[in-house]
Design a protein around this ligand. Structure first.
Ligand SMILES: [Zn+2]
Ligand SMILES: [Zn+2]
Length: 78
């Protein structure tokens, strides 16, 4: 089962329609209340109703020591 991509800082809860959710990083090979989690993921928790769902971690960026990727550049020099 593949995870949906990370939905950013203001996802919409599919249960209550609230905008915005808490994010918690779940490392790979973690035993959770939902069972064994083989791959790392981000757990989102609705701030209003507490509904939780999983999303994929953001893909690793192509930065190296000597060059900065465009998304990191935008974040650093807005
Ligand atoms: Zn909710
Ligand atoms: Zn980068």
């Amino acid at each position: 089962m593949s995870l949906p991509p990370f939905s950013g800082d203001e996802p919409t809860c599919i249960k209550c329609g609230q905008t915005g959710a808490h994010t918690e990083y779940i490392p790979a090979r973690t035993v959770r209340w939902t069972g064994y989690q083989a791959t790392e993921c981000l757990q989102r928790n609705c701030r209003r109703c507490g509904y939780a769902w999983d999303e994929a971690v953001v893909p690793p960026c192509p930065c190296t020591e000597n060059s900065i990727c465009s998304s990191c550049y935008d974040r650093r020099y807005p």
